[in-house]
Ligand binder design. Structure first.
Ligand SMILES: *Cc1c(COP(=O)(O)O)cnc(C)c1O
Length: 481
């Protein structure tokens, strides 16, 4: 390269770069002020600087800009987009149209308004979390809620921790450390992610004493396993699978009777915390916490955010002397719940005092019991909207579907529902087209999550309540495939 053309290049480059407005000038423009008011000067300076750097690179790469276009406005627009994107929370609302009501990856139970109001109060005001208003002295956070839990479950005492995995870990640590716990091989479950009964058992320092076989366990298996090192007989609810065919398991009351005859306590990990008989709502029957306590279990652990319909929590109920021991264990302090959980849990539990109103007020139950005809009407309303949005490349049909309760509750039973099925109109290479459509739905301002099955992308409408339908329809216009 000759010296002349080198200088020419430098001159051209300098001329190009001179077009990039100075950051200080952009900052003092009227257009920058609203950004500074919203995000603060530091962030705006960084964003404008980054926009200017990128503009410089574009200019050097030969990108041309319309001469009538103000580069100052371009920097402001770019910075504004960057700032908005950075400020958007990573935890966001989505539409759960997967058909799974209690979806662990989507946050499980949705809370009723009563709980929402209580959480706002707890977030913004001092609370008597550990302060006894009657005596003016220090209180215990469990006291706020344990009477209500006992009233609803028939148990003598109760305590609450972060989730049910924590409830099981704490129970085993407090009662069975360095001792043996007898569990049927048919109940050594893994519940999604990292919760496996054998692992929790060893983390708690307890020795798992497996009995029976995968499909059959008899009372005599429990009886023969008991020895001087046995701390506990335990039953675990087979939340997310069912054993069918040639099977035998021993009921809670039989195991409890045996435990008591041998001077041992008996614990049940119930998984879902069902407080009422679900059959009265037309749902499949699940053992309730009260039935389990009445059957003789000395301790029962269950989740707050599964069928109970409350916030993430693990409840432990049972005999007062055992709960006392559990509460005294050092792990209790590490696993305890915060005020937001307690604030949300109490009003949800209160709803159970009015069983006639539960179906309407408890969001989870309302969703689980929504009649299929509701979803069917909704599907025919939305079919046309979605078909118009998607054009000819896809066909949209309203179809019956099956929803699931989710979160390991009642894995076998499914709930009749209705929804929209979208198929690639060309028929061929449907898989790729469906993935693209699924991606586009996920990219919406409030992402729409469905399920691909049998060459169709399916949106089960069970969890799209009337209050949200307008938002769903409005954002369809923003779909980009
Ligand atoms: C869901 C479940 C757990 C774990 O409960 P989390 O509240 O998710 O920690 C433990 N045991 C059983 C039987 C379950 O169904």
């Amino acid at each position: 390269m000759s010296e002349v053309s080198g200088n020419q290049l430098n001159r051209d480059t300098r001329a190009l770069l001179a077009r990039v407005p100075a950051v200080e000038r952009v900052l003092s423009s009227a257009q920058a002020q609203p950004l500074i008011d919203e995000y603060g000067r530091t962030q705006v300076v960084d964003a404008i600087r980054a926009a200017a750097d990128s503009l410089r690179r574009d200019l050097l790469a030969g990108t041309t800009f319309d001469e009538s276009f103000s580069l100052e406005t371009k920097l402001i627009d770019d910075a504004s987009r960057t700032l908005a994107a950075r400020a958007r929370p990573h935890l966001r609302a989505v539409f759960n149209l997967t058909g799974t009501v209690l979806h662990t990856n989507l946050g499980r139970a949705l809370l009723p308004d009563e709980a929402v109001r209580a959480v706002i109060e707890a977030l913004t005001r001092p609370m008597n979390l550990e302060f006894d208003l009657a005596t003016g002295s220090r209180g215990d956070r469990d006291d706020l809620i344990d009477e209500l839990i006992c009233e609803l479950t028939g148990a003598e005492a109760a305590t609450v921790v972060n989730n049910n995995a924590a409830a099981v870990l704490l129970t085993l640590s407090a009662l069975a450390s360095k001792k043996e716990v007898v569990v049927s091989r048919g109940e050594l479950v893994e519940i999604g992610g990292a919760f496996r009964i054998p692992d929790i058992m060893s983390r708690a320092g307890a020795k798992l004493r497996e009995i029976g076989t995968t499909n059959r366990t008899h009372l005599k298996d429990y009886d023969e396993a008991i020895n001087a090192r046995t701390a506990l007989l335990m039953k675990v609810h087979c939340s997310n699978y069912a054993i069918e065919g040639f099977t035998k398991s021993v009921s809670v009351d039989e195991v409890a009777q045996l435990a008591h005859a041998r001077g041992l306590p008996m614990a049940v990990d119930l998984g879902s915390g069902t407080l009422v008989d679900l059959a009265q709502f037309g749902l499949p029957t699940e053992p309730t916490v009260r039935e389990t306590v009445e059957a003789g279990a000395d301790l029962v652990t269950f989740s707050g955010d599964k069928l109970l319909g409350g916030p993430q929590a693990g409840l432990i109920v049972g005999r007062a002397e055992l709960i006392r021991k559990i509460k005294k264990h050092p792990l209790k302090r590490a696993l305890r719940v915060g005020k937001l959980t307690l604030a949300a849990l109490e009003p949800v539990l209160q709803l159970y005092r009015a069983p006639e109103l539960l179906r309407e007020r408890l969001t989870t139950l309302r969703l689980l019991t929504r009649p299929a005809v509701d979803m069917q009407e909704q599907a025919s309303r939305l079919q046309a909207v979605l078909q118009r949005t998607l054009g000819e490349a896809y066909s949209v049909t309203a179809e019956p579907m099956m929803s699931q309760i989710g979160s390991g509750a009642l894995p076998v039973d499914q709930l009749p529902s209705f929804g929209l099925a979208m198929r690639n109109a060309a028929g061929k290479r449907g898989g790729r087209a469906l993935m693209k459509l699924e991606e586009a739905l996920r990219a919406l301002p409030r992402p729409v999550l469905g399920r691909i099955a049998d060459d169709a992308l399916r949106l089960d409408l069970r969890c799209l309540e009337a209050a949200d339908e307008a938002t769903f329809v409005a954002q369809c216009a923003e779909l980009r495939i």
